[in-house]
Design a protein around this ligand. Structure first.
Ligand code: A3D
Length: 305
């Protein structure tokens, strides 16, 4: 599998490291506008591969020529948040970056599945889709996997249980209106309500919604990157394995969950060619109302571009 990552910043390099360390991809290309940075980071990761016992090949470049033949192109180029900024504050500047990158992908890697990570996520994924003109199954936003692993992490910490025993899913837009599905959350196969009262669950849900901002506040100079990098790798691994693992992804909806013409985080089955299926979960009335609000927020922002 050949994976190109456009944007060799914190998120892009973290994703490259995991993809290489676990040899999820055999060939990884890091592309960035800053001279030396993608080359330096690719070489640094490559030098660790004997320790990882991985034969992944890494290249860093400032040219899009190298993305030719990619199975997957991940786009992490753009400006991250600073304290006090919302993801939506990034709209104007990141739109220009997405447009310029879409033109390159369209020309050099027209068969690739494109995973967008740049914020504001659902809007940038929609913009990428429009600019590329690819099939809707080929353009996917990464956000729900990250939001869900944060929710699982907080639950496992709170209950002091093995992370593998916590199942959780966060749907909706990647922003303040995201919807952690408390009623679909399970610990050791049982509903979370058997372990925590309503108030405790609510505070974990709130922490998940503010998970990105919590890290921005601590870092002061940028946003999260290790867990986002791991989330990108998890999506590519699911595509490669093709075992119908269900992951929440931002995808173009055309009637699913009652929404049309927007990118929104919903459960999906991934395969080597992209989205295989959008899975429609039965939501409670309360969950559906929250998802409606989230969809509305995404729709309003989408109209801005
Ligand atoms: P950062 O470490 O600044 O890296 C961004 C990289 O993009 C830098 O190396 C830039 O040089 C590069 N870049 C800028 N313009 C271009 C261009 N036109 N072509 C190629 N490269 C370019 O940021 P980061 O890695 O922390 O974050 C990157 C983006 O991901 C931001 O928009 C974040 O908000 C977003 N992000 C999203 C999530 C989600 O869960 C959706 C999580 C974390 C970060």
């Amino acid at each position: 599998m050949k994976v190109s990552i456009v944007g060799a910043g914190n998120v892009g390099a973290s994703a490259a490291w995991i993809l290489a360390d676990r040899q999820i991809a055999d060939e990884i290309v890091l592309v960035d506008v800053v001279e030396g940075v993608p080359q330096g980071k690719a070489l640094d990761i490559l030098e660790g591969m004997p320790l990882s016992r991985s034969n992944a090949k890494l290249t860093g470049t400032n040219s899009y020529e190298e993305i030719k033949g990619s199975d997957v192109v991940v786009v992490t180029a753009g400006i991250p948040r600073k304290p006090g900024m919302s993801r939506d504050d990034l709209l104007d500047i990141n739109s220009k970056i997405i447009r310029s990158i879409a033109a390159q992908i369209k020309e050099k890697a027209p068969k690739a599945v494109v995973i967008v990570v740049t914020n504001p996520l659902d809007i940038m994924t929609h913009l990428m889709y429009k600019e590329l003109g690819f099939d809707k199954t080929k353009v996917i936003g990464m956000a729900g996997v990250l939001d869900s692993t944060r929710f699982r992490c907080f639950i496992a910490q709170e209950l002091d249980v093995d992370v593998k025993e916590v199942e959780a899913m966060v749907l909706g837009g990647h922003g303040d209106s995201m919807v952690p599905l408390a009623e679909h959350t399970k610990v050791k196969g049982k509903p979370i309500s058997e372990f925590l009262d309503k108030q405790d669950i609510e505070s974990l849900v709130e922490r998940t919604k503010n998970g990105g901002a919590e890290i921005v506040k601590l870092l002061k100079t940028g946003s999260a990157f290790y867990a986002p990098g791991a989330s990108i790798a998890a999506m590519i691994e699911a595509m490669k394995n093709d075992k119908d693992e269900i992951l929440p992804c931002s995808v173009m909806l055309e009637g699913e969950y009652g929404y049309k013409g927007i990118f929104l985080g919903v459960p999906c089955k991934l395969g080597p060619e992209g989205i295989k299926e959008i899975v429609e979960l039965k939501l409670s009335k309360e969950e559906k109302e929250l998802l409606d609000k989230s969809a509305e927020a995404v729709r309003k922002n989408t109209e801005k571009i």
